[in-house]
Design a protein around this ligand. Structure first.
Ligand code: PLP
Length: 393
């Protein structure tokens, strides 16, 4: 059956490509490193590309392929490249697209390691970078240089919850011949489809919403067309950052419930955001589903919903934040996001600890900022937990 025209939730259940001799309801785990060829001629054809038979699991594997086809279909892309982690996806993109002397422009509040990889490692090979506040796309135009090659956007950004207008970025990228790359981890394809808005490449840390159960680390790259796909795929293969078949199976299983997990956690997050906004100990809150978010209109325009990540600060600053976090009981004091469990963390001392203080403040990652990834527990319990901890501050 052709699943291309099915609705999003139906694709989650029936999409992806797999044929199996026994009619298995799920995609089997092809736990093998290598595949036997039927003949010498067939082996040669696999290598020349005349046949699409499998060769070796670092290159391709049927369980992995089913996952790649499914996520590419969800993102309305050409095809997918699964990787061993979200950072492996980031590295594959950088390494395939940037030469010595090239320049990359990126969101200043991007995921900390995505920035650190450029500023601390790729800088060693002569790659230049400029990190700007991309909430105002005029800052992107101002940063463009003759050697600019890549525009790397994360929206909503991590952990400020600032949005970047992807349609505007696509216009700028087209005008200046930049490749537009979007980190869609915070949204999942359920809430946002960057390729439809003009991006060339979208990628995910599947560790977060796509798998959704806090038991896998993995990544995925999807391109709009074949040329970039082949370039990125070759880089993934030669650097050996492939996902393994068992992890792929777990992600395929997690994906089946993506719609209901995102809907439920988003519904909880809206209630949690309303509670926090009204609480006297809370100094500020950033959630794209609140009218108080400076880009509330843009969220309505480019996202199907505001998601389940919330940032907020307490009136007592960092000291109050520490006390608050130490009194949380239900939510896990842990990094990561997008799982079924509520997670809470302090970016300035945790995920973004390695970003220099000045750059952190410039990017809006203040010492009082607390990031909350709302899960699918009963919302009354999540709010009671926050209420109890806030009372201790
Ligand atoms: C977690 C994350 C990454 C990195 O993914 P890993 O799977 O941890 O390697 C990249 N971008 C964002 C927005 C993330 O949240």
């Amino acid at each position: 059956m052709n699943t291309k025209n099915l609705g999003f939730s139906s694709k989650l259940i029936h999409g992806g490509e797999h044929k199996d001799a026994f009619g298995s309801a799920t995609v089997p785990i092809y736990q093998t490193s290598t595949f036997a060829f039927a003949s010498a001629e067939e082996g040669a054809k696999c290598f020349s590309g005349e046949s699409d038979g499998f060769i070796y699991t670092r290159i391709e594997n049927p369980t992995v392929k089913a996952l790649e086809k499914l996520v590419a279909d969800l993102e309305n892309g050409y095809d997918g490249i699964a990787t061993s982690s979200g950072m492996a996806a980031v590295n594959t993109i950088y390494m395939a697209l940037l030469n010595a002397g090239d320049h990359i422009i990126s969101t200043d509040a991007v995921y900390g390691p995505s920035r650190g990889l450029i500023e601390n490692q790729y800088s060693r090979f002569g790659v230049e970078s400029t990190y700007v506040n991309t909430t105002d796309v005029a800052n992107i135009e101002k940063a463009i240089k003759p050697n600019s090659k890549v525009l790397f956007i994360e929206t909503p950004a991590n952990p400020t919850m600032d949005l970047t207008n992807l349609k505007e970025c696509a216009k700028i990228a087209k005008k200046h011949n930049l490749i537009l790359v979007v980190d869609n981890t915070f949204c999942s394809p359920y809430l946002q489809k960057p390729l439809d808005l003009g991006a060339d490449i979208v990628f995910h840390s599947m560790t977060k919403f796509i798998n959704g159960h806090a038991d896998v680390v993995a990544g995925m790259i999807i391109t709009k067309e074949a040329t970039l796909y082949n370039k990125l795929r070759a880089m993934m293969i030669i650097t050996g950052c492939n996902i393994d078949p068992h992890q792929s199976y777990l992600v395929l299983r997690g994906l089946k419930t993506l719609s209901i997990r995102v809907k439920e956690s988003q519904s909880n997050a809206k209630k949690v955001a309303d509670f926090l906004e009204a609480h006297p100990a809370v100094a500020w809150i950033k959630y794209p589903g609140l009218k108080s978010h400076p880009q509330y209109e843009l969220a309505l325009e480019q996202m199907k919903g505001p998601g389940s990540l919330i940032s907020f600060g307490l009136k007592g600053g960092f000291e109050a934040a520490k006390k608050f976090l130490d009194n949380i009981q239900l939510a896990l004091l842990a990094v990561s996001l997008g799982g079924v469990e509520t997670l809470i963390q302090h970016p300035a001392s945790m995920t973004h600890a390695k970003v220099p203080k000045e750059a952190k403040l410039k990017a809006g990652i203040t010492d009082d900022l607390i990031r909350l990834s709302v899960g699918i527990e009963d919302v009354e319990d999540i709010i009671a937990d926050l209420e109890h901890a806030l009372a201790k501050v």
